[in-house]
Structures are given as C-alpha cells and as structure tokens.
Design a protein around this ligand. Structure first.
Ligand code: FE2
Length: 336
C-alpha cells in the first residue's frame, strides 16, 4: 500500500520540507522545498537560525505540498529530524512537526538525520549494502549496517570536530566565507604545503591541523609569503586523504562491495574523486547522491518515514523529544 509522508528537516542552518510516497520498497520523492538561513561572517548564530526556521516553516511546508500536488489530508505521517543537531534549530522543526501530526491525527516519526542522508544516498545511487562515509558540518563517521542487530555501527569517526566545521572555521580564519570558497580557492592552488596528518585506525582528528594552519600559515599568507590558494589546496588534499585512508581501511575490514559518500561535504568534487579512485583500485562500486540530497533536505526525512511505515513502525514512546547528540546506533533500522 502506498503511503505519503511529509518530512521536516531542521538540524542546523536549513529548514526544509519534503514529501515522499511509496510502499517501503518502491519510493518516489515528490517534493523537496528548502530554505537555508543566510550565512553571516560570524558563522551561524543558534537564536537567529531558530527565528529563521519559525519564520519560513509554514511557507516551506506549503511549498512542498504544492510541489507534490498533495493536500494536508493526503498525508499518512509526519517525520522529523530528531538529531543530532543544534538545540534551537531542532526544536522548531520538532514543534512544527508535532503540531501537524496532532492536528492531522497521524503518526509522528523520529528520524536520525545522518541515517536519512545514508538512506537517500542508497536510494538514489541504487546501492544495497554500502560502507558509508558520512561527512557534514558536525559529523564525520564511517558506518556499516548490521542487519542482524538492525542498527548502523560506527567503525570510525572524528575524535574532535566534524570535517565541515573544520573547513568552515578554517575559511573564516583565512578571510573566506565558507567551505565552498575553500574548494574554489583550492582549485587555483598547486603547491603542496606539508601539514599534520592525524589518523588513528579508522578515526581521524582535525583540531591539531586547524591550530597548525592558524599559527603557522595565517601569518605567512598575511605577509604574502604563502599563497592562500596553495594553503586551501593543501588543506583539502590533507583532510580528504585522511578520510579516504580511513574509509579504505574500513572497506578492507568490512569486505563491503559498495562505498557511499553522503552529507554536505560529499558535495565536494575532489573528495568524491579521491574516494572513487580508491573504490576503483579495490574493485568496488562507489556512489554519492546529487548535491540536493547531500545538503540538508526534508525529502530524505520523508523517505525514511515511508520506509518506517512500510515496515509497520508507527508507534514510538510517549514524550518524544529532539536529541542534540543523537548517535546513529540510537535508531532501530526496522526496514532492514
Ligand atoms: Fe546533513
């Protein structure tokens, strides 16, 4: 039986509403309306993000329903990003989703944000059981699905900050707006500057590298002794090599036949190039979804909602709440 789910995403800077329809196996995404809060020089301020999300909530949901050609009463459930994320942002999405589910008398489905990135990636790339590199602002993890336990297991992760946050802080320190500008600047660099490289088994670390760049390279760039483009190029090469090495180690350990890269940082073409070369050398498939699904979006939350309904999961404990530091293991993969 086909069900229709509205998914609400609000873990960080983006408020998004998506609509998905299906029976749990065959799923279509009908709409993906996205409204990202404007970037500021100081990065994102939690209170301002919450204000943005509450201001655009109604119009984003209306726009998603219009795109999907559906009305409120066609919805069989409301899914929301439960975590991990920023407290203020998460709460706006949660309250909105809960109010809608209450009004429509439909189930309210809690979805782990990272698992939604994985599931939409698998869906779009046609992968069945990949080793996953999930890379975004606050998250950097290597995961596999344990079908028996019905949980994703983390094989490796960052020991401090997420790679996206690392790139954002680095960008601001060097006078750039965001991680995207680091990528553009890196494209014009060609001289590799040696940098600290911290990997422990399948875990990686970025704070030492960040401090090193600020202490040693920032003054040289300011004095024009070093080109910013070369520092950006070297930073990218270093952090993506770290991630590719950790992923390759996890691949050899897990013996998976597919690799998926997902999350906002997986929009970076250099990272995808390194991973796809590594996959080719190991004779496994590599996939990464379109940027619209790698960035934060409500469609992926709706897609997981449809999978949950398909697996007959509609009841959750009373008093659901957003969880800022939600681990992927917290979500039962009932549809596996
Ligand atoms: Fe994300």
């Amino acid at each position: 039986m086909k069900r229709i789910v509205l998914g609400i995403e609000s873990t960080a800077h983006t408020l998004s509403a998506g609509v998905a329809q299906g029976d749990g196996k065959n799923i279509e995404i009908l709409a993906n309306a996205v409204d990202k809060a404007p970037h500021t020089k100081k990065g994102f301020i939690p209170r301002l993000l919450a204000e943005h999300h509450s201001r655009v909530f109604k119009k984003t949901v209306e726009s998603a329903l219009k795109q999907a050609g559906k009305g409120m009463h066609d919805l069989n459930a409301i899914a929301f990003s439960q975590g991990p994320g920023m407290g203020h942002s998460l709460r706006v999405g949660f309250v909105g989703a809960k109010a809608l589910a209450g009004l429509l008398q439909t189930p309210l489905l809690p979805v782990h944000h990272g698992i939604a990135h994985i599931e939409v990636g698998k869906w779009e790339c046609g992968l069945r059981d990949p080793l996953v590199l999930y890379v975004s602002g606050g998250n950097t993890q290597i995961l596999i699905l344990d079908e028996k336990e019905k949980r994703y297991r983390v094989l490796g992760e960052t020991l401090d900050m997420g790679v996206g946050n690392f790139l954002d802080v680095f960008a601001r320190e060097f006078g750039l707006d965001s991680a995207v500008d680091v990528m553009h600047s890196a494209a014009k660099g060609k001289n590799l500057v040696e940098m600290p490289y911290t990997i422990k088994g399948m875990n990686v670390s970025f704070t030492g590298l960040l401090t090193h760049c600020i202490r040693n390279f920032k003054p040289k760039v300011e004095r024009r002794e070093l080109r910013l483009e070369d520092v950006c190029f070297s930073v990218q090469e270093t952090v993506f090599a770290l991630l590719t090495e950790a992923t390759e180690r996890a691949l050899l350990h897990s013996q998976k036949k597919e690799v998926l890269a997902c999350g906002g940082v997986a929009c970076n073409t250099r990272l995808k190039q390194m991973l796809s070369e590594m996959a080719k050398e190991n004779k496994v498939w590599f996939g990464s979804p379109a940027d619209g699904y790698n960035r934060d979006n409500g469609a992926m939350i709706a897609l997981v909602g449809v999978k949950m309904l398909g697996a007959g999961k509609t009841r959750f404990p009373e008093g659901l709440q957003p969880v800022q530091k939600m681990r992927p293991e917290a979500q039962e993969i009932t549809w596996a």
